[in-house]
Design a protein around this ligand. Structure first.
Ligand SMILES: CC(C)(COP(=O)(O)OP(=O)(O)OC[C@H]1O[C@@H](n2cnc3c(N)ncnc32)[C@H](O)[C@@H]1OP(=O)(O)O)[C@@H](O)C(=O)NCCC(=O)NCCS
Length: 234
């Protein structure tokens, strides 16, 4: 794959000595099951359980038919066949982030990105997951960089998404998800997902209550927006 980027990372959680080979590349149809497994594991769903809202192999095939350059995987190349350890799915939309936020499923139309608009001027973040045993090694960051490059290459206005408030669970007895989200936006609380997104260059605009059924996040998200610094207004 010409756009593939390879790098070596220490996989701390597996063993301090092991160096892993990780490649970031556009998703292929054969990655479908690995994407489904990665999403389930990332959201704490055991692999022997079905997950209704998780992107599965059928969804991957639909995403690839609609917008192949917007789908990415991180693969661990020291296993044969290569193991999918991270994934990122995106679509294009003409709905700007200044419009009132909608629920995740209403934005995307379906997990196969039925609402993808090939002429859309904004990239919309559909999903991103890294397997728990491969986290904190820069794989998520590399998947962000692949998409920043995509936005620039396509000349889009920018990229936005609902960043799930995955750390809310610890605070749910103390405050509402809106209060928690506002504290994350104001950097009074560190959220494992949204703070990371803010640290990668996203602006955090507002809390979106009831974005997506995810108990750990109290179903809440933050509208995160990245404007393409290279966008040509003329
Ligand atoms: C968010 C996610 C994709 C990050 O993947 P990753 O490969 O671990 O990312 P990286 O190694 O590049 O960076 C890890 C970042 O997460 C932060 N982080 C991870 N776990 C954390 C925790 N428990 N508490 C605080 N920060 C945490 C790290 O501090 C680091 O951010 P920083 O460098 O700005 O401090 C991964 O944690 C994940 O799959 N989470 C569950 C699904 C999810 O939330 N998806 C996004 C939906 S919008």
């Amino acid at each position: 794959m010409s756009n593939a980027v390879s790098f070596k990372r220490k996989v701390r959680l597996m063993s301090p000595e092991i160096l892993s080979d990780i490649t970031i590349m556009n998703t292929q149809r054969e990655h479908g099951q690995g994407v489904y497994d990665t999403v389930r594991l990332a959201y704490g769903v055991p692999l022997d359980e079905e997950c209704e809202n998780c992107i599965d192999a059928h969804d991957v095939a639909e995403q690839l038919a609609r917008f192949p350059e917007g789908q990415f995987v991180a693969v661990y190349t020291e296993e044969e066949p290569n193991l999918v350890v991270g994934m990122a799915a995106t679509m294009r939309t003409n709905r700007p982030p200044t419009n009132p936020p909608r629920k995740w499923i209403d934005e995307i139309g379906s997990t196969g990105i039925a609402n993808h608009n090939p002429y859309g001027e904004w990239l919309y973040g559909v999903e991103m997951s890294v397997r728990p045993d491969f986290r904190l090694q820069g794989i998520g960051t590399a998947l962000y960089h692949a998409r920043f490059e995509l936005v620039k290459r396509l000349g889009l206005k920018g990229w936005y998404a609902g960043g799930m408030l995955m750390g809310y669970r610890r605070y749910r007895r103390e405050m509402s998800v809106r209060e928690y989200g506002e504290k994350v936006i104001n950097r009074e609380i560190i959220d494992p997902t949204v703070t990371m997104q803010m640290n990668r260059g996203f602006e955090a605009w507002d809390v979106i209550e009831d974005y997506l059924d995810e108990p750990d996040a109290g179903n809440g998200a933050v509208l995160i927006v990245w404007k393409n610094p290279e966008y040509d207004e003329t």
